[in-house]
Design a protein around this ligand. Structure first.
Ligand SMILES: Cc1cc2nc3c(=O)[nH]c(=O)nc-3n(C[C@H](O)[C@H](O)[C@H](O)COP(=O)(O)O)c2cc1C
Length: 169
């Protein structure tokens, strides 16, 4: 399993790592790679590709919203997971999972829903519905309980991959 993550202030990266820990608890490996480092480095024979980003302006980040984030603090990445996806070349019907981080507010939007749309357009297929994890404001990190949810979601992914694998046999 490979998880390509974009994160400005570290919350999405932290949750990505907890997803990987959840996978490891079921003896499944999940390599986490930051979107800016991912071009040409993600093996094509992955059993599941996971994409993750923060929600910006109700959608997946763009170069403009990343600039806005960078004007508001030190950021981890200036490359988007959607930039990577545009270069990635998904296999037809490749199994994908997506998640975002967002604040707990009405009309917060969802970066993951947009990732899901882009994945489908690129020929991929969602293995599980898009997931969202709540953060505390722009820089406050994951809200209480969200790290546990990310760990549990990682375990859910492993079970979903093995169910699909068993059905194909
Ligand atoms: C420019 C900008 C726009 C944002 N817009 C939204 C938004 O529309 N909805 C939302 O839920 N959160 C919004 N946020 C808050 C981000 O969701 C939050 O900073 C992010 O999830 C934290 O994850 P990160 O530390 O991995 O960057 C915005 C943040 C920035 C910097």
């Amino acid at each position: 399993m490979v998880l390509v993550v974009e994160s400005m202030f570290g919350a999405t990266m932290r949750l990505a790592q907890l997803v990987a820990v959840g996978c490891a608890s079921l003896d499944a490996r999940c390599d986490v790679i930051e979107a800016g480092c991912a071009v040409g480095r993600v093996p094509p024979d992955r059993d599941l590709l996971v994409l993750a980003c923060p929600t910006h302006m109700r959608h997946a980040p763009t170069s403009r919203t990343r600039e806005m984030a960078a004007a508001d603090g030190i950021v981890l990445s200036m490359t988007g997971v959607t930039d990577w996806l545009a270069t990635a070349g998904l296999r037809r019907d490749e199994a994908i999972a997506v998640f975002d981080t967002r604040v707990d507010a009405p009309f917060a939007g969802s970066g993951a829903k947009e990732l899901a749309r882009q994945v489908r357009r690129a020929g991929g297929e969602l293995l599980v519905p898009p997931a969202s994890f709540v953060v505390v404001g722009r820089h406050g990190g994951p809200a209480p309980g969200e790290e546990d949810r990310a760990y549990a979601w990682g375990r859910e992914l492993v079970r979903a991959v093995s169910t699909v694998g068993a059905e194909k046999k």
